[in-house]
Ligand binder design. Sequence first.
Ligand SMILES: Cc1cc2nc3c(=O)[nH]c(=O)nc-3n(C[C@H](O)[C@H](O)[C@H](O)COP(=O)(O)OP(=O)(O)OC[C@H]3O[C@@H](n4cnc5c(N)ncnc54)[C@H](O)[C@@H]3O)c2cc1C
Length: 368
Amino acid sequence: MVDIVIIGAGASGLFLGSLLKKNYLILEHNREIGAKIKVSGGGKCNITNKILSTSNYRGDNKFIKEIFKNFDNKDLLNWLRENNLEVKELKKNQYFFSSSEVLLNFFKKKVKNIKTNIEVLDVEKQDYFIIKTNKGDIKAKKLVIASGGISFKKLGASDIGYKIAKKFTHNIITPKPALVGLTTQPSENWFKKLSGISFKAQVRVDKKIFNQEILFSHKGITGPAILNASLWWDRGFIEISFLKNIEKYLKNPNKQISTQLPLPKRFVKEFLNVINLEDKKVKFLSKEEIKKLKLLENYKFAPAGTFGFERAEVTKGGVDTLEIGFDMQSKIIKNLYFIGEVLDVTGELGGYNFQWAFSSAFNLFLRL
Ligand SMILES: Cc1cc2nc3c(=O)[nH]c(=O)nc-3n(C[C@H](O)[C@H](O)[C@H](O)COP(=O)(O)OP(=O)(O)OC[C@H]3O[C@@H](n4cnc5c(N)ncnc54)[C@H](O)[C@@H]3O)c2cc1C
């Protein structure tokens, strides 16, 4: 009998394993551990963020706040430094590793009790847990579900965490793709014609505002501002301000609109086409036409959907945290624990999801 079985050698499971001294075993169905760490950011993973607030997360703010009390961004940075894992500050707010390989190599050396190529199929509960795998049954006193969300199946994602939770009567907040591009309705088919064009804009969904790049794609629209918006969007409208205060740019009466606006020319031409306005000299613009042009400042559209789980960096939704204690233990089944993305806590871009994976794992470590 193993004391603790952890399902999943991903960010949260590996971090927990690196802290544990007890009799534990991590089960991983991939041949290699940490597939998502490896691909994150194309080798440079955003590990955490200088600004860590519950408002960067979708989920129960009280629950998230409590978890960060024991292990926040400063604790994570300290842990990285203590273990000689290089951290570089990127841009203004973010932190990143020069290479996610560095972190993976650390886990490979530090975390010994991992069995790969073992797929967990089901779990039964007697006085202990019986973990049913493709290679036979394993008995454990405590069971930790660290199996992540369901996005990027090709990296090993599965719904086993939700299945086990459901089996033990846990509520699951419907999993949906997040940090993902958005597909469009026919009214925004013009986005697709601009595939490859990218610029900084302001994207608003409800009260959330993101001033980041947008990128038009043959499927719709993506880029960091849209990926972030997708976390908060469920249905209804998204508003994009392609450019603010456009009148300020229409000063030279003898120049064409498309040469006056500081936006990619191909975009402006297509936009003018959409609003049925000829690209003409500014002096020939009527008041009515300027009003039409002002649509650039607040263009509203209702996305058709998302690019789907296969393109989503994370899964929003998951195991309802109302039924999970601050020790990460199920309030329904004793000795059953959930950490990481399998829970209904999802962060924005910029290291928030690794931070959550590590913070939730640390919280459990404290109580084990
Ligand atoms: C392309 C990409 C880039 C990303 N970049 C960043 C970034 O830069 N910063 C950031 O903060 N976040 C990033 N993320 C998100 C981040 O990787 C995840 O939020 C984080 O890895 C979640 O950790 P976890 O331990 O909960 O799950 P995971 O890391 O997904 O680990 C779950 C593990 O469980 C295993 N598993 C699943 N089912 C079974 C089963 N039945 N039996 C056995 N094992 C199983 C999986 O193979 C996997 O190894 C990125 C995600 C993707 C897809």
